[in-house]
Design a protein around this ligand. Structure first.
Ligand code: UDX
Length: 456
């Protein structure tokens, strides 16, 4: 099928590459000329496993352009995959989406493509898009659908090719049938996988869930809100662990054997960050509030996650007594490992708070130093060498659980720092091993070796 995708961010580009990989003829349209030039050279706008390799491989099958006329020619399905960032009030900013719709509406179509919203949009947006098209192009009967995306950063292509479900919402049966046909190789898992993108062993087919347009839109928010709730719940239990002397890892181990609860998304630490959870939870709370409903649970989930980032600072303070003039090293800057994305990363808030308290902040990240230099306060000293970042530190705080830190020779690193005190914001390291390596260690909701007597 001929498919056009508007927007070459994580969602748009992953969808483009995946659809092209399973044999469709894809055009990717973006307003950013520089991004398009790079994509035509095989250069990806962000880091994602297997992306560079597939970009090269699919170079002749996937077109990248800023020209709507070219990108929309003969298209059968148009995906809207532009960004929907948060406004200060918490709702989604739909400017990019409406700009794209205006450009689509200006195109003279020879056929009757389906317009599919893939961007995460407030419930009702797809219906609004339908109304816009009916107003502007009354003679052209566009079929509108919502097809939310559930991919994780760092697993974008994997999640797009091997999803746990595909959801499509539309009032048009025909549109749903065409979308199902488009995804057929993924639904049936009939395409050949590759070494870089190996099919999970147990995956033989993917369910296709057809819904109303509103249910599809809400399902995306509901999924992210539920996962965010699990994370905030685990963080709350971890905070109780700190108070009563229990260990969150042990408690979660017990919970995870209950199949009704499951083991995933219960890692306590610094709360959730990234481009989706913070934005989507705020947007769902806003949508509910605007509709006259106070989503109490979700508001609490958001509050817990916001506060959780700063808990590590209390712990450093417990260890150091006061923070002014101290050297603190932050390990890991991205919002999670496996990505170079710093959007809504806890590291930004933690670094800012430490600076405000008069701390000399150094930081290391295995891949995001360049991105970090554009986002973090210039007073944060950035190092691409971990040892250089740790040098002379009074305390170290692990903010992103990169494997590099788990594999670090902590016995060796003890000789580099001034005081071997480590606050593990992700519970990624082994407290016993850290103790043996000579470190004073404190995780989140875990028995540690720091107590108030360890003031320096
Ligand atoms: C998320 C959803 O998983 C995905 O389905 C959706 O489409 C987009 O948002 P992503 O933002 O890439 O994906 O990251 P994810 O792996 O879900 O992690 C989000 C945040 O939660 C990260 O900051 C991570 O560190 C944090 N997290 C995750 C925890 O703190 N604890 C956990 O147990 C899991």
């Amino acid at each position: 099928m001929k498919v056009s995708i508007i927007g070459s961010g994580y969602v748009g580009l992953s969808t483009a590459i995946a659809l092209s990989y399973i044999g469709h003829d894809v055009s990717c349209i973006d307003i950013d000329q520089n991004k398009i030039d790079n994509l035509n050279e095989g250069i990806a706008p962000f880091y994602e496993p297997a992306l560079d390799e597939l970009l090269l491989k699919l170079k002749d099958k996937c077109e990248f352009t800023t020209d709507y006329k070219k990108g929309l020619a003969d298209t059968e399905i148009v995906f809207l995959a532009v960004g929907t960032p948060s406004t200060p009030a918490g709702n989604a900013n739909l400017t990019y989406l409406y700009d794209a719709i205006t450009k689509i509406a200006n195109h003279s179509f020879t056929n009757n493509p389906i317009i599919v919203t893939k961007s995460t949009v407030p419930v009702g947006t797809s219906k609004e898009i339908e109304a816009i098209f009916e107003r502007v192009l009354p003679n052209q009967k566009f079929r509108i659908a919502s097809n939310p995306e559930f991919l994780r950063q760092g697993r974008a292509l994997h999640d797009t090719l091997f999803p746990e479900r595909i959801v499509a919402g539309s009032s048009s049966k025909e549109a749903l049938d065409i979308i199902k046909e488009l995804y057929k190789p993924i639904l049936e898992q009939s395409f050949a996988d590759s070494k870089a993108l190996a099919r999970p062993k147990e995956l033989t087919s993917v369910p296709f869930i057809a819904t109303s347009i509103e249910s599809a839109e809400l399902a995306k928010y509901a999924a992210n809100a539920f996962l965010a709730t699990k994370i905030s719940f685990a963080n709350e239990i971890a905070n109780v662990c700190d108070v009563v002397g229990a260990d969150i890892k042990e408690v979660v181990e017990v919970l995870s054997h209950d199949s009704r609860i499951g083991s995933k998304f219960l890692n306590a630490g610094l709360g959730y960050g990234g481009s989706c959870f913070p934005k989507d939870t705020r947007a769902l709370a806003y949508i509910s509030h605007r509709g006259g409903y106070n989503f109490k649970l979700l508001n609490a989930v958001i509050g817990v996650s916001n506060d959780q980032r700063f808990k590590v600072i209390e712990k450093i303070e417990n260890a150091l007594g006061h923070l002014h003039g101290k050297n603190i090293c932050i390990l890991g800057l991205t919002f999670k490992p496996g990505t170079d994305d710093l959007r809504d990363a806890p590291s930004i808030d933690i670094a800012q708070e430490l600076l405000q308290r008069g701390v000399n902040v150094s930081a290391h990240d295995p891949i995001a130093i360049e991105t970090a230099s554009k986002v973090l306060d210039p007073k944060v000293k950035l190092f691409s060498n971990v040892e250089a970042a740790l040098k002379n530190a009074d305390a170290v705080v692990l903010v992103t659980e990169w494997q590099d830190y788990i594999d670090l020779d902590w016995t060796d690193m003890k000789t580099v720092v001034k005081h071997a005190i480590l606050i593990d914001g992700r519970n990624a390291l082994n407290p016993k091993e850290m103790d043996e390596a000579g470190w004073i260690y404190q995780g989140v909701g875990r028995r540690g070796t720091i107590d108030k007597a360890v003031l320096i």
